[in-house]
Design a protein around this ligand. Structure first.
Ligand code: 13P
Length: 337
C-alpha cells in the first residue's frame, strides 16, 4: 500500500456515521490534574491501568472509530501483555497519537500562545507508526479577549498546523488539525464566532499553501460558544453559529469534522453535537473527538479502584453511545436516564 492508499484507508476507518473519536492523549501535567480531582496519584501504573480500562471497554468500537493516545501509552501493555494500541485495534478502534509538544508564549504577542513540536517530527512519526499509530493530532490554542488573538498568533499557529499536517501526510499518517478557540473568559458568542471564523480562514489558507490534501485530513475545531465566565448561550444558537462558521470556512473536500468538548459539561457537549447535526445535511461528517466530555463520568466511577472497572466502562460506553446518537442527530435528553 503506498502512502496515499494508507491515508485513504485510515480516513475511511475513522469517518463513520454514528461514530466519533476518544481523546485520551492528556499530557503528564493534564492527566495529573484529572487524577487529582478523584484523589488518584499520577503514576505510570495508574495511567496504564486507567487507559487500559478505557481501551478494553466492551462494545466501545460500535461508537468510537479512533482513539488519540499520548506517547507513553503507545508503549504500555495491558495486564495480559497486549500492547495498549493493539488492544484498541482489536476492538475495531484505530490508534492515533498526539504529536505536538505543547504551547509556549508567542514572542512579541503578549497573551498569545504558539504550539511547538515540528523539530524532528518526521522521524518521530516513523517510530509512532511502528508502534501502531495511523493518525496524529496537533492542537493550537487561541485565547480570546477584545484584542486577542492577534493577527500574528492566528497566522503563526495556522502555519505550524499546516507544516505539521504536510509532514504527517508525507509520512502516511492522517493529520487531525485542531485549532481550539478557548472558552475561558467572559466573551460573547458573537465574539467567539468572529474569532473562530478568522482562525479557520487562516488555517485553510495555510493548508493550501503547504499543499495539504484536504481529502486526507480531519478537522478538530471548537464549537462556537459563549465564554465560560458568562451565561451559556441557547443550544440552538450554538448549533446555528457553529454550522454557519464552518460553512463559511471549511472546504467540502474535508471528510470529517470532529469537535473537541473544551470544558463543556458532558451533557452540553452531547446536546450541542445533536443540535448541530439537526441543522440539516452538511458536506462533512460532524462528530465528536471528546476528552473531558467522554471521560468525566468514567473518572468519577473509577476513582483508582480495580473493582470499579466494569462500572467505569459502563459510564464510558453510555457517553459514547449518546454521543454516537448525537452524531446522527438522534439524541434525546430522555436517553440520559
Ligand atoms: P476536550 O474534549 O477535553 O477539550 O479534549 C479534546 C482534546 O483532545 C483537546 O486537545
Amino acid at each position: 500500500m503506498d502512502d496515499r492508499d494508507a491515508l485513504r484507508a485510515t480516513v475511511e476507518a475513522l469517518v463513520q456515521p454514528g461514530k466519533g473519536l476518544l481523546a485520551a492523549d492528556e499530557s503528564g501535567p493534564t492527566i495529573a490534574k484529572r487524577f487529582k480531582s478523584i484523589g488518584v496519584e499520577s503514576t505510570d501504573e495508574n495511567r496504564r491501568a486507567y487507559r487500559g480500562l478505557l481501551l478494553s471497554t466492551p462494545g466501545l468500537g460500535e461508537f468510537v472509530s479512533g482513539v488519540i493516545l499520548y506517547e507513553e501509552t503507545l508503549a504500555q501493555l495491558a495486564d495480559d501483555g497486549t500492547p495498549l494500541p493493539e488492544l484498541a485495534r482489536r476492538g475495531g478502534i484505530v490508534p492515533g497519537i498526539k504529536v505536538d509538544a505543547g504551547k509556549i508564549p508567542l514572542a512579541h504577542a503578549p497573551g498569545d500562545e504558539i504550539t511547538q513540536g515540528l523539530d524532528g517530527l518526521a522521524k518521530r512519526l516513523g517510530g509512532y507508526k511502528a508502534q501502531g499509530a495511523r493518525f496524529a493530532k496537533w492542537r493550537a490554542v487561541y485565547n480570546v479577549s477584545d484584542t486577542l488573538p492577534s493577527r500574528l498568533a492566528i497566522q503563526a499557529n495556522a502555519d505550524a498546523l499546516a507544516s505539521y499536517a504536510a509532514i504527517c501526510q508525507e509520512e502516511g499518517v492522517v493529520p487531525i488539525v485542531e485549532p481550539e478557540v478557548l472558552m475561558d473568559g467572559a466573551h460573547t458568542l458573537a465574539r467567539c464566532a468572529d474569532v473562530t471564523e478568522a482562525v479557520l480562514h487562516q488555517v485553510f489558507h495555510a493548508l493550501h499553501r503547504h499543499g495539504v490534501a484536504l481529502e486526507h485530513m480531519l478537522l478538530k475545531p471548537s464549537m462556537v460558544v459563549a465564554g465560560s465566565e458568562g451565561s451559556p448561550a441557547p443550544v440552538g444558537e450554538v448549533a446555528a453559529r457553529t454550522v454557519q462558521v464552518l460553512r463559511r470556512t471549511v472546504p467540502a473536500a474535508v471528510p470529517g469534522v470532529f469537535f473537541l468538548s473544551g470544558g463543556q459539561t458532558t451533557v452540553e457537549a452531547t446536546a450541542h453535537l445533536d443540535a448541530i447535526n439537526r441543522q440539516g445535511p452538511q458536506p462533512w461528517l460532524l462528530s465528536f473527538s471528546y476528552g473531558r466530555a467522554l471521560q468525566q463520568t468514567v473518572l468519577e466511577a473509577w476513582r483508582g479502584r480495580a473493582a470499579h472497572t466494569a462500572q467505569a466502562q459502563q459510564a464510558l460506553l453510555k457517553r459514547a453511545r449518546l454521543n454516537g446518537a448525537a452524531a446522527r442527530g438522534r439524541y434525546d435528553p430522555s436517553m440520559e436516564s
